[in-house]
Ligand binder design. Structure first.
Ligand SMILES: Nc1ncnc2c1ncn2[C@@H]1O[C@H](COP(=O)(O)OP(=O)(O)OP(=O)(O)O)[C@@H](O)[C@H]1O
Length: 988
């Protein structure tokens, strides 16, 4: 039978050159001198079929099979052997007519590669294949000179292996061994799983308790959180609405209060004016009363005088009077002098009066202009107050800020380390407004924070609440980069260079680093020409900004055009401060004018008093003149009466009109009536004004009371606002700290509806008390329990599966045992049937029998062999000669081949110990098996060679490199002769 079709090798042992041997015959002989590489062919076949024992391949390590180099050829780095089998009889369980097996090994890595029909396979696969060929270490399919006696000398158990191989149970045994190993591993795993399951079972009940307690806690806590969050949001919303309402109320009441205060002021002014008028009326009434009384007295005096004169006249007429004329004249002259003096005094008083009136007019004029100024000032103050309110509103609302920035600033109190915005910490001269706006463009709303950690927290806050984004400048991290001293020195001399950006900013010491960081690489120039010059000097390396707001960027890009400063830097704080300053200035001006007006008022009062006093003095002076004139007239009349002539014609220009006392009395009466009328008018006026004054006084009291009530309300609202602010802040803080969200974000959530707030608050109380009752819980126990429970179930399942597979393994082992036992026993029986015959053929008589050492334990029994060569009775195989031992082994091999054919048998000088007659018998007998077995025979024996179908000669034409050539029997015989004669020569 043709089985092994071809062997190809390169680099394997002495096969340095590529070698191909076509085994196209059933009985192939290989001949050649010692060391020519014949046995290397057998080694190559075994190695290719997965032989792992390097010792049996006559080497020390796996790389020893690679060609090591010789005088003729240097060493190779790889060995490769390829075997091509005929598989038309499907000896290999593969659906191919031809099977190629390749093995390679590489020097250095020692790595082996296996291929079956060009498919890379594992060693195990190739070894399974080898079992199908029967060409394994322990089989009788490869018999060499070295192990031919081994069969006879082996122990029964070692010999059993050979029959197992022949019975084809070796592969089941191998599988059984694997199954047993697997069984052992599975049992170990079962123990391990049992331990784990026990451990989990111990832990699980306590974990379950903890988990269900934690679940109860969590359920209540979640519920509490949910409704508490709703309540919190509801409260904040309510507080916000209430705050709006209160602020509106406060505004309305404050404006009402202002209105009332203005009204009060007007009424107080009115009251003061009226009081002043009343005071004037009192003076007038007093003065008129005084005049009236004076007139009454004068009229009375005149009447008495008239009576006296009438009496005197009568007595003078009756007797010589004693009154000296001289005395009368003297008296008269005295009175004349008094009149003279009094008239001069009167003239001086009138002059003074004119002057006082002038002063009074000038003061009134000044008062008028001051009042005008005051009016304008009041209007400015109202305007500024409105602006102030607007600025404050802008600050409160912070509408100019980006949403992210606004959110951070709003929550500044709950976020750590927030310092403020860039726009809040800087100030600079107004003339740099455009330049700074350009230099800081986009950075004004950067947020300065104390450190990187604060920035991180703020960013995660923004992320968590989806509240926009912002840029942060951490003071502990930023590193300003400055323009070098040399460069500064160069540009300082350029006319129009104003300074470096950071040097033109005023800020607190602690923010200096941030300002330097933002502006230290900006150069400020007064116009574009100087900016251009600076740029050229520094090779356009830095930003250069002009006062007009043009900017030359590094590498020369220019931005410019018209701008609106107000739109550039919207700094409400600054605006607020400016308005406050303006307002303070106007209020100071208002106070100064009020002060001036008060001074004027005092001056006017003084001048009015002076005028009234002067008026009174003029009146008194006039009255005095009148009285003295009357005295003069009296003397004149008496004189006339006495002397019947005028006292002094020159003195009495109206001498023709004699003074008539009656007439004087009449005149005085008329004046008196007139004064009386004036007095009545003044008194009734005063009465009316007193009523008005009282009314005003009452009104003023009422207004004051009303204002203080309003003030009280404003105070109360302020307290309420503060309280609400505190509550809102507390709730917002809880929202941030406990729920990690902003109010705005919370309002976007779908929260539990609160229909009955009282009930919900009651529920919160109940939940809190429930939670307190539950006490300490381990929330992680929930996940732990779930994990452990599913681990437990998983382990149980594993345990069951493994248990099942153990049972399956046991079952298949027992099946394999049965199969092996049956197959083994059948094979032994079949071999025993053939052995007597094969024994007899090879020994030329006698008999042999295979026996079990433990017939009751076929599965493990050793195998012995009883032989009886012709005429001999042998108790022990060791007693046989070397040749006999070889013949026993060969007869068993042939018995096996008869019982169960093996496709390939390799015999490496197996017949060497036999004598020529036995060699002949041996070779002829082989011939009877070639229908079912292919033989590869390494031989030196002519008898064998003569029976081979083809002979190959192994030579080493190149030193150390085997070459195989096909030779004829005659050439082989000559070759053998040469070898033998060379051997004899060496011996001689
Ligand atoms: N790795 C190797 N590299 C080179 N040559 C090797 C290597 N391994 C073995 N050889 C050579 O192979 C030869 C042995 O070959 P082999 O045993 O096949 O000879 P043989 O023809 O069977 O000899 P004999 O008739 O004495 O049994 C030796 O010369 C040995 O040096």
């Amino acid at each position: 039978m043709l089985f092994l079709k071809r062997l190809e090798a390169v680099g394997f042992k002495s096969f340095a050159d590529p070698l191909t041997i076509n085994f196209d015959h059933e009985m192939i002989g290989i001949v050649g001198p010692n060391g020519s590489g014949k046995s290397n062919i057998t080694d190559a076949i075994r190695w290719c079929l997965g032989e792992q024992s390097i010792k049996s391949l006559r080497g020390d390590n796996s790389e020893d099979v690679i060609f090591n180099g010789s005088d003729a050829k240097s060493a190779l780095n790889m060995a490769e052997v390829k075997l091509t089998f005929d598989n038309t009889r499907r000896i290999f369980n593969l659906d191919y007519d031809e099977i190629e097996i390749v093995r390679r090994v590489f020097r250095g890595s020692g790595e082996n590669e296996y291929f079956i029909n060009n498919q890379r396979v594992r060693l195990k696969d190739v070894q399974e294949f080898a079992l199908d060929t029967g060409l394994t270490k322990s089989s009788l399919a490869i018999i060499s000179q070295g192990n031919i006696n081994g069969f006879a000398e082996a122990k029964p158990l070692e010999r059993r292996a050979l029959f197992e191989e022949a019975a084809g149970v070796a592969k089941y045994k191998k599988r059984k061994l694997e199954s047993l190993k697997k069984l052992e591993r599975s049992n170990e795993n079962l123990d391990r799983l049992k331990d784990i399951i026990n451990e989990i079972e111990r832990k699980l009940p306590s974990l379950k308790r903890q988990s269900s307690k934690a679940l109860r806690y969590k359920e209540k806590k979640d519920k509490l959180n949910e409704i508490e969050l709703s309540i919190l949001v509801k409260d904040i919303t309510f507080f916000n609405e209430k705050l709006l309402e209160l602020r509106e109320q406060q505004k309305v009441i404050t404006s009402e209060k202002h209105e009332a205060e203005r009204d009060l002021k007007n009424k107080e002014n009115e009251y003061n004016e009226l009081t002043k008028v009343n005071y004037g009326l009192d003076n007038k009434i007093n003065s008129l009363s005084k005049d009236f009384q004076g007139l009454v007295t004068e009229i009375g005096n005149l009447k008495v005088q008239k009576i006296e004169l009438d009496n005197k006249k009568n007595s003078l007429k009756m007797a010589n009077n004693d009154i000296t004329i001289v005395e009368m004249l003297a008296k008269y002259n005295d009175l004349k002098a008094i009149v003279q003096m009094e008239t001069e005094k009167l003239a001086a008083l009138k002059t003074q009066q004119v002057e006082d009136h002038d002063s009074q007019r000038s003061l009134v004029k000044t008062q008028g202009s001051l009042n005008e100024q005051l009016g304008a000032l009041n209007r400015s103050i109202i305007r500024l107050e409105t602006d102030l309110e607007q600025a404050q509103r802008n600050i409160d609302n912070q509408d100019n800020l980006h949403p992210g920035v606004k959110n951070i600033i709003k929550n500044k109190n709950v976020l750590p380390g927030i310092v403020g915005l860039v726009q809040e910490i800087i100030s600079f001269d107004d003339k740099y407004e455009y330049a700074m706006a350009v230099a800081l463009s986009g950075r004004l709303q950067d947020i300065i924070v104390k450190n990187v950690d604060s920035a991180k927290k703020a960013i995660s806050y923004l992320k968590q609440n989806n509240a926009g984004h912002a840029t942060f400048i951490p003071l502990d991290r930023i590193q300003p980069r400055y323009i070098s001293d040399n460069e500064q020195f160069v540009i300082k001399s350029v006319p129009g260079f104003l300074g470096l950006g950071h040097n033109l900013i005023t800020t607190k010491k602690e923010y200096r680093q941030a300002v330097d960081y933002l502006l230290s690489r900006y150069i400020i120039c007064d116009n574009f020409d100087s900016a251009q010059e600076v740029g050229q000097l520094l090779n356009f390396k830095y930003n250069i900004v002009t006062l007009e707001g043009e900017i030359i960027r590094p590498q020369g890009a220019i931005t410019g055009g018209s701008r609106n400063a107000k739109q550039i830097i919207v700094n409400f704080e600054k605006e607020l401060t400016t308005i406050r300053e303006q307002l303070a200035k106007k209020v100071a001006e208002q106070e100064a004018i009020n002060k001036q007006l008060n001074g004027l008022k005092t001056q006017l009062e003084e001048i009015n008093e002076k005028i009234s006093e002067n008026q009174a003095s003029i009146g008194a002076s006039k009255r005095q003149i009148e009285i003295v004139e009357q005295d003069k007239l009296k003397i004149k009349n008496e004189y006339q009466l006495l002397t019947a002539k005028n006292i002094d014609e020159s003195e009495f220009e109206n001498g023709s009109e004699s003074i008539n006392i009656n007439e004087m009395i009449n005149q005085k009466e008329i004046i008196k009536v007139n004064i009386e009328q004036q007095l009545n008018v003044a008194r009734s006026l005063k009465e009316k004004q007193t009523v008005t004054l009282n009314d005003l006084n009452n009104y003023i009291s009422e207004r004051r009371y009303y204002i203080s009530a309003l003030q009280e309300q404003v105070g109360k609202i302020s307290t309420d606002i503060s309280m609400l602010n505190v509550k809102t802040q507390q709730d917002l803080m809880r929202l941030t700290e406990e729920y990690h969200m902003t109010y705005e974000h919370a309002t976007t959530l779908s929260l539990a509806a609160i229909d009955n707030e009282e009930a919900v608050r009651e529920e919160i109380k109940q939940l809190r008390s429930d939670l307190a009752d539950i006490g300490n819980v381990n929330l992680e126990a929930i996940a732990e329990y779930q994990e452990e429970d599913s681990r437990y179930n998983f382990m149980l399942k594993e345990y069951e599966d493994l248990n099942k597979s153990v049972k399956n393994l046991l079952h298949s082992i027992s099946e394999m045992d049965n199969l092996m036992q049956e197959q083994f026993d059948q094979t032994i029986k079949a071999v025993n049937k053939n052995l007597p015959h094969t024994f007899e053929v090879l020994f030329g008589g006698g008999t042999a029998k295979i026996i079990y050492t433990e017939p009751d334990n076929i599965l493990e029994t050793g195998v012995d062999i009883k032989v009886s060569p012709p005429g001999k009775n042998i108790a022990n195989l060791n007693l046989l000669s070397g040749g006999e031992k070889s013949l026993v082994a060969l007869s068993v091999l042939f018995a096996i081949l008869k019982a169960r054919p093996i496709p390939l048998v390799i015999l490496d000088e197996a017949e060497a110990p036999l004598d020529p007659a036995n060699v002949e018998r041996f070779a002829k007998y082989i011939k009877t098996f070639i229908d079912t077995t292919q033989f590869l025979i390494v031989t030196h024996r002519v008898g064998t060679m003569a029976n081979c179908d083809i002979l190959y000669g192994a030579t080493m034409q190149k030193k150390g490199v085997t070459k195989i050539v096909s030779i004829k029997l005659q050439q082989a015989e000559e070759l053998i002769k040469n070898i033998e004669s060379e051997g004899e020569n060496r011996v001689n």
